[in-house]
Ligand binder design. Structure first.
Ligand SMILES: Nc1ncnc2c1ncn2[C@@H]1O[C@H](COP(=O)(O)OP(=O)(O)OP(=O)(O)O)[C@@H](O)[C@H]1O
Ligand SMILES: Nc1ncnc2c1ncn2[C@@H]1O[C@H](COP(=O)(O)OP(=O)(O)OP(=O)(O)O)[C@@H](O)[C@H]1O
Ligand SMILES: [Mg+2]
Ligand SMILES: [Mg+2]
Lengths: 227, 227
């Protein structure tokens, strides 16, 4: 389903080029639950953005469900991002002038639902992450962990086949983290492919497979639990 | 040094008022190391902003080093914020069009140093948090954990008497977290008062005293280790 071969990402800022990803090859089958760990700056978010079709590699190939991502048109890419993939950003990326409900309703615009149905589904998603009382708050009127949960609700509202979650519990206390991880476990049971970046071993342990990244290279890729 | 009495903070968004802080009383002496824990939305960041003189309570009093904060002029407040307090924000609050070095140099503008001395001190601080190779990068060209470390460097560059750190290791891997906590331990040994919000028990354990917050109220306040 996800096939990365020799993926490279290089930034040129005028000084030394930064090799964010040196040569990354990775295959993830539908329905897998993969955790990615690595130190700060090792390339995890860069890798997630490429997998999520939000960024292009400088070298290497990426096939998503057998299709070469590089050969997709802008429209086809937008379609993939909107319908196939849900992305929880490390820094949430919420729209500041919309409230929580509007932020979560946005991805549903192309889902072919009536406005009433869109609002209902978004509201249900927010209640599921414990934000039933915060739907009318804009991001600046929400705590860090509440903003993170809006970002999670938004990523899930379109029922994506692949969930890319970049440190989805980073701003959450242990109780709330457990609730979110239970939600992800449920989605995984229903067939969602999950790729999760985390710094916390207690969170990584929910996955079946652990990939470690260091200086833009995969240093290990192991099954950590039976499916 | 820090005396909060019956502090209240209420937000009115049109619907039900939100009691972010209901009645918080807290005394912290110079040189203490206090951790604040509590679930997402319990009022931690709100409390930190009031202690840091970045926000005003709706009720109650706050004395900092014997002075009523409410009676300070705008200039006196700016002085306190700049010289006495270092703040590591939960979402970093870096200036997007300045690079890491410029962001860390900014608080030194009123420190009475020459431009060359300011740059030197800021650069040393960035090296101390492992970012010697990223000084010319702007926030959008830095990873999440790198942005967090710039925020930490900026908070410390003026050698503040009080460090307020709102989840300073939230975006860091365990190795980098340990390095940052060791740096804080060193500062504490030198006399810095530290107030640290964290979700992680492993981080809270560095403090001497643990305050727990729930729904805008302090539910416990315990010494957790001998100084
Ligand atoms: N500007 C605002 N308007 C309305 N409500 C607000 C505003 N800012 C914060 N709140 C609410 O006040 C409560 C406390 O927020 P605060 O940011 O202090 O929580 P927190 O303990 O830091 O949470 P977290 O661990 O998620 O960062 C939250 O329920 C939040 O929704
Ligand atoms: N636009 C950019 N220009 C230059 N360098 C960049 C840019 N974006 C990222 N980098 C660099 O690429 C490297 C990888 O960044 P990335 O965000 O993928 O790290 P990460 O593993 O997600 O780290 P963290 O755990 O801190 O979030 C970092 O060293 C970063 O400084
Ligand atoms: Mg990252
Ligand atoms: Mg907070």
């Amino acid at each position: 389903m996800i096939q990365l071969k020799n993926i490279e990402k290089i930034y040129n800022l005028g000084g030394e080029p930064v090799h964010a990803l040196q040569s990354v090859s990775l295959e993830i089958a539908a329905g897998e639950y993969v955790a990615i760990m690595g130190s700060s700056g090792s390339g995890k978010s860069t890798l997630m953005h490429i997998i999520g079709c939000l960024d292009q590699p400088d070298n290497g190939t990426y096939k998503l469900d057998g299709q070469e991502v590089q050969s997709l048109s802008e429209d086809e890419l937008a379609d993939v991002r909107n319908k196939k993939i849900g992305f929880v950003f490390q820094q949430f990326n919420l729209l500041p002038r919309m409230d929580a409900l509007e932020n979560v309703t946005l991805p549903l615009i192309y889902a072919g639902l009536t406005p009433a149905k869109r609002t209902e589904r978004a509201a249900n998603m927010l209640r599921l992450v414990g934000l039933g009382e915060r739907m009318g708050h804009r991001p600046s009127q929400l705590s860090g962990g509440q903003q993170q949960r809006v970002s999670i609700a938004r990523a899930l509202v379109n029922k994506p086949a692949v969930l890319l979650a970049d440190e989805p519990t980073g701003a959450l206390d242990s109780q709330t983290s457990e609730e979110i991880m239970a939600l992800l476990a449920e989605l995984h049971k229903e067939g969602t492919t999950i790729i999760l970046v985390t710094h916390e071993p207690d969170i990584a342990t929910f996955a079946h497979r652990l990939v470690k990244l260091k200086d833009g290279l995969i240093t290990s890729d192991q099954i950590i639990r039976k499916p």
